[in-house]
Write a protein that binds this ligand. Structure first.
Ligand code: GLC
Ligand code: MG
Length: 434
């Protein structure tokens, strides 16, 4: 993990199902609120870690279904697989640890004798994870007997019951907590231990995340009985763990505020973005704000006012002279066509409210600004747009400049260049404005 040259300001380690992702929120509002907060305030100096029971196959399915950000570290199959970055490079050191006192064939042989255990799908069976479904009332007894018999066969396993139905058998050193401890040790060795770590979960396989020293923890409001019970027994008096009032990602935002870990107001919760007072130029915030406005414009959630378009034009010229001459920076559309940014702003006029009442959403992911001169930033990000069932994404680079403007004016968009993202380009002709 060498994206950061110094220690992260905040590392969030979050479970996905029913924690980061709310399966009862078809509009994904709390997830989108979290995304906007993260990209505007944390992405460039913090680390996002997803820790899920899902195998790589089911993790990828979830990413297609939900507007999820790209994490810096992905921990899958209840931590039996740790991977880094966009290319998901596996951590081979971790695999060595998992091999100790583990033999998958013996686990399969012994468990096949127990009729109450139903194997989960093939995709969820991994080299270091054997997973079943089991009824709630049978879980405790079965855990005890499987544990004893595998011990007799010389294995050292961990059995975890989650979500009131899933039973995972894993090597003893697996577990979300151990994986976090392993990461912390790695960061410490590099002198880059995060300033703060916040762990977030809702079910049994998340419990040991909260046992790692010095971490802050949030159990989201909708946490499962088994996690709350565990907390009642082992961690009741720990002030660093809260049971949030809010569900899922909204509970994570609540915890950031509760523990004072940094900004906790999502730009999505700010109605008038032009009102927000910045103290310094902030290219990531500028990008987040622009696309939030764009979404609201097409949903008719802001007023249909020429003033907004005029303001946009003002930030799309690279100098006052250019503005007076009605010239502006260049936008390279993903189709390869070049336009002036002012033309693009003009084309917004006719698209006001064209997505009203539709499940239309726009979000930005991995917004990473790099200072490329005394007054310019190159900001690279993925811009996602979901309209109905179709979801498109462009890798985007924007050159933003603070030359001749004040913080209150906002940065100037000098040049924007977009390319279809390989996994999410259009099948045919797509309507894509920005
Ligand atoms: C996910 C996995 C499943 C596992 C469960 C609990 O749902 O797909 O295999 O049993 O998490 O860890
Ligand atoms: Mg969960």
């Amino acid at each position: 993990m060498d994206r950061l040259t110094v220690n992260a300001r905040l590392m969030i380690v979050s479970d996905l199902d029913h924690t980061m992702v709310d399966h009862h929120d078809p509009e994904n509002l709390s997830l989108l609120r979290f995304n906007t907060l993260w990209e505007a305030n944390y992405r460039s100096n913090s680390l996002l870690v997803f820790s899920t029971g899902r195998s790589p196959t089911l993790y990828k399915e979830l990413r297609k279904e939900k507007p999820m950000l790209t994490p810096d570290i992905t921990i899958m199959s209840v931590v039996t697989e740790i991977t880094y970055g966009n290319s998901m490079e596996p951590d081979n050191g971790w695999v060595e640890c998992l091999n100790q006192k583990w033999d998958r064939n013996i686990v399969l042989e012994e468990t096949s004798k127990i009729s109450e255990l139903t194997l989960q799908s093939e995709t969820e069976q991994r080299p270091h994870k054997v997973s079943f479904y089991v009824q709630k009332d049978k879980a405790e007894d079965i855990t005890r007997s499987v544990s004893a018999c595998l011990k007799k066969r010389g294995l050292d396993v961990k059995i975890i019951y989650s979500g009131g139905m899933d039973l995972d058998i894993l090597p003893q050193c697996a577990g979300k907590g151990q994986a976090l401890a392993y990461l912390h040790d790695k960061f410490k060795a590099e002198g880059k231990l995060p300033e703060n770590t916040l762990v977030c979960g809702d079910s049994g396989n998340d419990a040991d995340l909260y046992t790692i020293p010095d971490v802050h923890g949030v159990m989201v409001s909708n946490a499962q009985e088994e996690l709350l019970q565990w907390h009642g027994i082992y961690a009741k008096n720990n002030p660093k763990i809260i049971h949030a009032k809010e569900r899922c990602a909204a509970g994570i935002i609540e915890a950031i505020g509760h523990f004072n870990l940094g900004p906790c107001i999502s730009p999505r919760d700010v109605t008038d973005l032009s009102d927000s007072k910045l103290e310094t130029f902030d290219p990531a915030y500028e990008v987040v704000k622009f696309y939030l406005f764009y979404e609201r414009w097409r949903l008719a959630e802001v007023e249909n006012s020429e003033l907004y378009l005029a303001n946009l034009k003002a930030v799309c010229a690279s100098s006052l002279i250019m503005l007076l001459q009605s010239k502006s920076g260049i936008f390279v559309h993903p189709s390869g066509i070049e336009k002036h940014l002012h033309e693009c702003v003009d084309s917004l006029r006719t698209s006001y409210g064209d997505q009203k009442g539709q499940p239309f959403r726009v979000w930005v992911d991995q917004v990473l600004p790099v200072l490329v001169g005394s007054d310019s930033w190159l900001v690279k990000f993925k811009k996602w747009e979901q309209s109905g069932g179709e979801r498109l994404c462009c890798l985007t680079t924007a050159l933003l400049s603070s030359k001749d403007v004040t913080v209150a004016d906002g940065l100037t968009w000098v040049h924007v260049h977009q390319t279809w993202f390989k996994e999410a380009g259009p099948g045919g002709d797509a309507q894509w404005l920005f």
